[in-house]
Design a protein around this ligand. Structure first.
Ligand SMILES: Cc1cc2nc3c(=O)[nH]c(=O)nc-3n(C[C@H](O)[C@H](O)[C@H](O)COP(=O)(O)OP(=O)(O)OC[C@H]3O[C@@H](n4cnc5c(N)ncnc54)[C@H](O)[C@@H]3O)c2cc1C
Length: 476
């Protein structure tokens, strides 16, 4: 019997397993090994925070790349949503915990119901730390000493932890400092709800922390700091605009693309329309564009345009944006521009955040609690994953030229250090950022989970899925 091991049980690993179960036509054994975050839900869709909303509307969040309405149909059958008209359901920004429930139901249906599939799925709670060969067969080693033999392996390791902030060359540690914003920091908050809190970062992770503090009725002043001081923009109703992008945008150079985009932004602004739509319009072309840019163009994009791209691309639900704006207007939340250069312990109850402005002047902010909201660490070489470090050293994987992740081919097979396509190792998700750029959210991950399942099964064990099937794309 074929055995497939999946490393990582967040959205990516879970949906890949669901597709393996859906598409295998002979008995198949699947192991999903996960640690760190809840199985099935991963970092993003945990059940604890009903206040955290998806940043994509329901109609674009089906987990199945070949079933566009799967989520909306699940919602319509859910007692909580059965009275909501379909048109409204489709445009809803659901709670991320509800989305997690949807993933768990889908997993239950396809991976825990023997009559549905030839596959048997086993979830293993453990950390994979290495990959070796026994004869020809790949073997995963877990931190607790267990070994797992598999014919093929999918790396679905997900979001890297945020980078540590250092003090005197060592990672800063303090009881009032939450280094990982995705763990239960709210249980470490001071008793006094009037305590000032500093949030390091002004992006989506900061928004999550803000919403949680708001739900806790935090009264103390909140200060969010970042280099650019820019908040995520609000989603808005799609704009009818068919003049952009031009045909085959992947054939343009970066300079041509930027010039086209700027020209259309100016036209939209002159019409009083929201020019951020330009980034949405590129969404289904982004991976192809990225693959066709030269390495120098990619570097230039990262240096000159990444910040702006991120602000336009990662938008939030209108109601969340309204809450942020209200808090700023009331003076409860302050946004400060500056680079965080150091964290210093002032006392057992206070931390100084040292900021540098563009003129290189230093100022200090004081927090009775500080939360690291800087988002996933970008430098792949600085990864704190033992597994990724080990398999990089063994040459099973190869870092991409931008040090954002690893190199894979279009079929998600990993390239090894010799530049050869692996016989048994596949990868998906954020780890492909250097290869694909747009590879962190559900609309792209569901396509990868579908493709990975097909590649992992191989022609021998794949049901006859229609080959010309058009996989659904992000709809504006
Ligand atoms: C806070 C947040 C909110 C988001 N909101 C949205 C949204 O609204 N819409 C959207 O489309 N996208 C959203 N995203 C993007 C999100 O990254 C994807 O939607 C998706 O959840 C990623 O799933 P994943 O499985 O790739 O990664 P993860 O959720 O990071 O899961 C990976 C899992 O693998 C485990 N793992 C890693 N290494 C090992 C190992 N060696 N051994 C065992 N287990 C391992 C990890 O600990 C983790 O449990 C959000 C991301 C974050 C961080």
């Amino acid at each position: 019997m074929q055995t497939i091991a999946i490393v990582g049980g967040g959205f990516s690993g879970t949906v890949a397993a669901i597709n393996l179960s859906r598409f295998c036509r002979r008995p198949l054994r699947i192991f999903i090994v996960n640690h760190g975050y809840p199985f099935g839900r991963g970092i993003a869709y945990n059940a604890r925070h009903s206040e955290h909303l998806l940043n994509v509307v329901a109609r674009n969040m089906s987990a199945l790349a070949d079933c566009p309405d799967d989520l909306v149909e699940w919602l319509a059958a859910h007692p909580k949503f059965s009275d909501v008209p379909n048109t409204k359901l489709r445009e809803t920004f659901l709670s991320r915990s509800v989305y997690g429930d949807y993933l768990m139901d889908l997993f239950q249906k396809w991976c825990c119901t023997p009559s549905q599939s030839f596959a048997s799925v086993e979830c293993i709670d453990g950390e994979v730390v290495d990959l070796t060969l026994s004869g020809d067969a790949p073997v995963l080693r877990l931190a607790d000493g267990r070994h797992l033999r598999a014919d093929r392996i999918l790396l679905a390791t997900g979001n890297p932890q945020p980078a540590s902030l250092c003090s005197d060359g060592k990672p800063f540690r303090h009881p009032r400092y939450a280094e990982n914003p995705w763990l239960n920091w709210e249980f470490c908050l001071p008793q006094d709800k009037g305590t000032p809190i500093v949030l390091l970062g002004t992006g989506l992770t900061m928004v999550d922390a803000f919403l949680t503090l708001k739900k806790l009725d935090w009264q103390g002043p909140l200060t969010a700091v970042s280099r650019n001081g820019l908040l995520p923009l609000s989603h808005f109703k799609g704009v009818e605009y068919s003049d952009f992008p031009p045909a085959n945008p992947e054939k343009l150079t970066l300079t041509e693309l930027v010039s086209e985009a700027e020209c259309h932004c100016a036209i939209l602004q002159a019409r009083g329309e929201n020019s951020a739509i330009v980034v949405d319009k590129l969404r289904s072309h982004t991976q192809r564009i990225w693959r066709n840019l030269t390495i120098d163009e990619k570097r230039e994009f990262l240096q000159r345009y990444k910040g702006k791209w991120n602000v336009l691309r990662h938008r939030i639900a209108r109601e969340v944006h309204a809450q942020l704006s209200a808090a700023i207007d009331l003076g409860h939340l302050q946004i400060v521009r500056g680079a965080v250069v150091a964290l210093q312990e002032k006392s057992a109850h206070s931390i100084a955040v040292v900021l540098e402005d563009p003129a290189r002047r230093h100022t200090e902010l004081y927090g009775g609690f500080v939360i690291n909201c800087t988002g996933p660490r970008e430098a792949f070489s600085a990864s704190n994953s033992g597994l990724l470090r080990n398999i990089l050293e063994r040459g099973w994987i190869d870092a991409d030229d931008l040090d954002l992740g690893i190199r894979v081919d279009t079929d998600l097979r990993v390239f090894n250090a010799q530049g050869e396509k692996s016989e048994f190792l596949f990868a998906m998700g954020t780890i492909l950022k250097g290869t694909l750029w747009e590879t962190t959210a559900v609309p792209e991950l569901r396509v990868q989970a579908y493709q990975a399942a097909q590649g992992l099964l191989g022609a021998d064990n794949l049901t006859s899925v229609p080959t010309e099937l058009e996989l659904i794309e992000y709809q504006i």
